[in-house]
Ligand binder design. Sequence first.
Ligand code: WQD
Length: 344
Amino acid sequence: MKKQILVAGGTGYIGSHTAVELQNNGFEVIIADNLSNSKIEVLDGIESITGIRPIFEKVDLSVIEETEAFFKKYPNLEAIIHFAANKAVGESVAKPLMYYRNNLNSLMNMLEAMKEHNIPNLVFSSSCTVYGQPDKLPVTESTPRKEAESPYGNTKSISEDIIRDTVKAHPNLNGIALRYFNPIGAHPSAKIGELPLGVPNNLIPFITQTVAGIRQELSVFGDDYNTPDGSCIRDYINVVDLAKAHVVAIERLLMNKQNSNYEYFNVGTGEGVSVLEIIEGFERSTGEKVPHKIVARRPGDVEQIYADTSFANKSLGWKSESTLDDTLLSAWKWQENLKKEEVK
Ligand code: WQD
């Protein structure tokens, strides 16, 4: 009997790539998603890659009645990977209550269900945004968390505290938070990838949509930062490498290899890359030009952040493997495939 894993928010960008890697590692994947920021067709993409269609339930996990009905239907879950959250930084500034209600209620409903149904393990989708603008780089897991730059980021920080306090009160429960840096790229098959609804906030989908002619020109938000080329620096992590980190975390929990019942890890590449270097890398790896202009800084952007990944490499036994060029090319291949699908 395959071990059953709930991927909450599994038709989303990171969730769908994680579903593929879980299936590749012999797990049975059950996806619960409210489809508020993803499409049901993602299941076709997952199935076309692995040959296995995940079980899917349309559920709003922020609604306790829907959540309880779901867990009653699936009594044999070994673990939950919790992605289900709103994640648009700008939108969270405009609608903080929606973000706090949805992101925190969904997480608390998961934790209640774990207690209620004896599901011992949780992997949580956290973010480097909990560090704000770090004083020292690279960022390690002992870098102090700071006031997040947005309500979205704050929900991640508060969520980590909720998990920490819950597993402290219930030692039979175990949690691992993965602090993502900047997830980018798509599965090499180009069957799944990032599907931003509306105008993309994030850099890579804006680039691919600009090169595809959907957007006119990329605006680079500032080149007057205190960095080598003046543009902001981030740690861009390949989404498949990131998905694999979730499988490693799940296996760590199932084999009881944790040092404590609450752990958190920086999941990045350890390399800082600037916006202008991303544009150069994209043009180099795809042969396509990225029309762009320099505009004013975007409020809330941190100047630079990138990870020290030695703890995840050593203690979690995970390391990112993809090159930046291959990752940027995968994002472009996915965009090209999207265009072909639309034409069908
Ligand atoms: C990256 C860099 C921009 C768009 C946020 C969240 C993080 C995660 C990813 C959800 C910055 C610059 C961007 C554009 C630009 N959230 N940029 N022109 O802000 O680092 O991280 O999204 O998954 O938790 O904090 O990512 O891709 O928006 O920006 O110049 O049109 O690209 O200024 O320097 P960010 P991003």
